[in-house]
Design a protein around this ligand. Structure first.
Ligand SMILES: CC(C)(COP(=O)(O)OP(=O)(O)OC[C@H]1O[C@@H](n2cnc3c(N)ncnc32)[C@H](O)[C@@H]1OP(=O)(O)O)[C@@H](O)C(=O)NCCC(=O)NCCS
Length: 188
């Protein structure tokens, strides 16, 4: 629909992105955190100042979904922080992927993911990594449908809380199967 647009986020969008990340993360992680830890985590990671500073760094980018003039979704791509992803020098990590509930299941999340993957590929990255909380089955199904595969599990440790999630990865350029190569002039 015409009112929707996926675009690169800029510093003035920090407030809207901070709000989406705080409510999105808190909803997904209710069961894995002590309430006071969850509040402290969101305060620390998703304050407007923290997001604004993050938006200005060159090694990462954010996409946002805009409906009319309102930012209703966000996604962040940045240098890997996951233990499984860090050794992958051509890897980039997807995080902070949240759509406002009223705008989900309309294909816009898929559109944002595809744009993030295309931009990552353009920047020379070969793999996308991400962490998805174990009970978040719907998001896992979404990523599997988009070609991600399970690489392992990792626990996030914050104060007294330690939720576990799956680590998923997708290769951005699949290897061409040997049978697809043909040698000119050779007929078998
Ligand atoms: C995951 C998410 C970004 C996908 O965006 P989207 O626009 O809903 O995605 P699409 O419309 O392209 O695909 C829809 C699929 O997303 C998945 N999904 C994951 N969480 C969902 C949720 N809370 N509500 C609706 N769909 C969800 C489902 O597999 C859904 O398929 P369905 O509509 O057949 O049930 C979005 O649904 C969302 O913000 N979910 C809640 C937060 C979350 O889980 N983020 C990922 C953290 S790792």
């Amino acid at each position: 629909m015409d009112q929707y647009e996926i675009r690169y986020a800029m510093a003035p969008d920090a407030g809207a992105i901070a709000a989406l990340c705080s409510s999105g993360f808190a909803n997904v992680h209710q069961s894995g955190f002590l309430p006071e830890d969850l509040a402290a985590f969101c305060q620390q990671q998703y304050s407007v100042a923290a997001i604004q500073a993050d938006l200005e760094k060159a090694d990462r980018f954010y996409l946002e979904l805009v409906y009319g003039s309102e930012v209703v979704g966000c996604l962040r791509m940045g240098t890997p922080t996951l233990a499984l992803a860090k050794p992958d020098l051509s890897g980039i990590e997807l995080a902070r992927f949240y759509l406002d509930a009223a705008h989900r299941s309309g294909g816009w999340g898929s559109g944002m993911l595809k744009m993030a993957e295309a931009e990552s590929s353009k920047r020379g990255f070969g793999q996308v990594w991400l962490h998805v909380y174990l009970p978040n089955i719907r998001a896992q199904e979404f990523y599997y449908r988009h070609g991600y595969t399970k690489m392992g599990e990792e626990q996030l440790v914050f104060r007294q809380s330690h939720p576990t999630g799956l680590v998923l990865r997708k290769r951005l350029v699949e290897a061409v199967p040997a049978s697809d190569y043909s040698v000119p002039g050779k007929t078998e």
